[in-house]
Design a protein around this ligand. Structure first.
Ligand SMILES: Cc1cc2nc3c(=O)[nH]c(=O)nc-3n(C[C@H](O)[C@H](O)[C@H](O)COP(=O)(O)OP(=O)(O)OC[C@H]3O[C@@H](n4cnc5c(N)ncnc54)[C@H](O)[C@@H]3O)c2cc1C
Length: 504
């Protein structure tokens, strides 16, 4: 078996490490920060506990598969609770709409708001179901870089494949698909927000990504007790049991390539030889900063734009807002204006959507008795030249506080804060070494190619693999975890067969 270096201990890196160790490889994780889990970090202060990054866990089957690799049962490591409602939505006109866990109840709630849209929502979910099925069969669990990797169109062009290709609705965007099915603007705005899980505009992302809605409705929204931080903790424990060597405070500055193969890394200035390397660092920055040369030229010519960034306020309060659900969206007054600002103009939205997590609804221990540990996330553009977030944050914070007191029934919010911390796009950029402060890897814009990301098996360098939110199949907890599994599986296949090691 191979000796493998994993650069970065984010969710993709940890999933790859556990999977490879379960298959008998000798694995070393090299992480520059002094914690493992990357964006899935936590903040504790004065009796409050906050997840700092991801808060919504979907598709737990991906995580289950990583534990199953080692013959373990995920439930021995994680206590997951299914949430209902999945989201509570607050609109500028005062409407409150719950996205219920049960799809029939969700449709009924929508029907109460807008009669014809009960069926419209069901129609949309049928389309999303078909798209999610196509994704499952052609896109997931294998290294994919473009459409050639998904379907062997020349060899398999039969009626079934043709019908799958048609189902992808390549001529349509996410927003276009939603508008065909539901008529009420508030319901449209809610459905458009599924694509915010991957930090892209519904007006520019391909309709195939509507499948995300089905994955959430069908498989649920989950909260791991102890917060999403419990996920990297559980994966690290699994890896330790399997013999993974975790090294924190270790910064990798180079991947050495000899005769087209990755052969070593330079970590804290020391050259360490490995048979194979998995990079959980941002894929663009891996090629640009760690590999360089012809490989970077080969990779870099493709248009690789960062997905959106965001600011997070972590607010410890001396009161609870019982009208909040665990997950809430306080929607912008005008989604077109919001998406144009963030994705086209590259400036903060004038009236943004705020996502609020109130985890004490499920786990009261996250705040002192009677209090609340609120997490408020507002999407912003990825970092643009000249944007200085130390100067921009106060105005954006004021906008958010105003929005929440106006549209989410939190008039006294400012006066109830006893602990306050924040995270800006610049912090995200520096802490996790991502591309332009991106929260969710690379943007998914483009009707035909929008869903494709750099493949997990490098086409440029043999024995180099990519895991994480900026590699296939993309960002978000389940996708980053799957990406780690695919990188590990591709590496294992290459290590255990004599055939060419790189996809042709
Ligand atoms: C504020 C915020 C909210 C989010 N909300 C959600 C949500 O609700 N649901 C959801 O599913 N997803 C959410 N996400 C996205 C999700 O967190 C990410 O997609 C996922 O965690 C990314 O994992 P990753 O494997 O790409 O690794 P990352 O978390 O990006 O970690 C990469 C690691 O590599 C390390 N590293 C990089 N370069 C080097 C180097 N050269 N040497 C050594 N170490 C290096 C970094 O320090 C980092 O620890 C959110 C993210 C953020 C920031």
């Amino acid at each position: 078996m191979s000796s493998v270096a994993i650069i970065g201990g984010g969710l993709g890196g940890l999933a790859a490490a556990a999977t490879l160790a379960a298959r008998g490889h000798d694995v070393t994780v090299l992480e520059k920060n002094n914690w493992l889990g990357g964006k899935a970090a936590e903040l504790k202060e004065d009796g409050f506990r906050f997840d700092m990054g991801p808060t919504i866990l979907t598709m737990p089957r991906v995580l289950e598969r990583v534990f199953a690799e080692a013959g373990r049962d995920m439930s021995d490591y994680l206590d997951l609770r299914r949430l209902d409602p999945q989201w509570r939505c607050f609109y500028d006109d005062g409407t409150v709409l719950d996205l219920r866990n049960d799809p029939k109840e969700a449709a009924r709630e929508i029907g109460k708001l807008s009669a014809g849209d009960e069926q419209g929502f069901q129609r949309f979910m049928e389309v999303a179901d078909r798209l999610s099925d196509v994704s499952d069969r052609f896109f997931f669990w294998k290294s994919v870089e473009d459409i050639r990797d998904t379907m062997n169109l020349k060899a398999n062009m039969n009626l079934t494949t043709l019908s799958d290709v048609m189902a992808l609705r390549m001529h349509r965007t996410v927003a276009g698909q939603i508008k065909r099915d539901v008529k009420d603007k508030r319901v449209q705005q809610m459905l458009e927000h599924f694509i915010q899980y991957i930090g892209s505009s519904p007006l520019a992302s391909p309709a195939v990504l509507c499948g995300i809605a089905q994955m959430q409705q069908d498989e649920g929204v989950w909260y791991p007790m102890g917060g999403t931080r419990a996920v990297p903790t559980a994966l690290t424990r699994l890896g330790e049991e399997l013999g993974v060597d975790y090294r924190t405070g270790v910064d990798v500055s180079k991947i050495e390539v000899e005769n087209g193969h990755a052969v070593a890394v330079v970590a804290n200035g020391e050259r360490l030889r490995f048979d194979k390397v998995v990079s959980n660092m941002d894929s663009v920055r891996t090629y640009r900063e760690l590999v360089g040369g012809k490989a970077w030229q080969g990779f870099g010519y493709k248009n690789r734009e960062a997905a959106c960034s965001g600011i997070v306020l972590y607010l410890g309060l001396d009161r609870a807002y019982e009208h909040l659900a665990h997950h809430n969206f306080v929607f912008s007054r005008d989604p077109a204006e919001e998406f144009k600002a963030i994705y086209d103009d590259g400036v903060p939205a004038p009236d943004p959507t705020a996502y609020i997590a109130a985890p004490s609804r499920t786990e009261p221990g996250v705040a002192p008795a009677g209090g609340e540990a609120l997490y408020i996330l507002v999407h912003t553009p990825h970092l643009r030249p000249g944007q200085d977030w130390s100067q921009m944050l106060p105005a954006e914070r004021a906008k958010i506080m105003d929005k929440l007191s106006r549209a989410a029934g939190m008039e006294d919010l400012q006066d109830r804060i006893v602990v306050e911390r924040s995270l800006t796009p610049q912090d995200i950029h520096d802490r996790y070494r991502v591309l332009d402060g991106a929260i969710y890897g690379l943007v998914s814009h483009g009707r035909v190619n929008g869903a494709f990301k750099p493949g997990n098996r490098s086409r440029e360098v043999r024995d180099l693999y990519l895991a994480g939110g900026s590699a296939h199949p993309g960002a978000g907890m389940p996708m980053a975890l799957m990406s780690g599994w695919i990188a590990a599986d591709s590496l294992h296949q290459d290590a255990t067969r004599n055939a060419p090691m790189v996809a042709e």
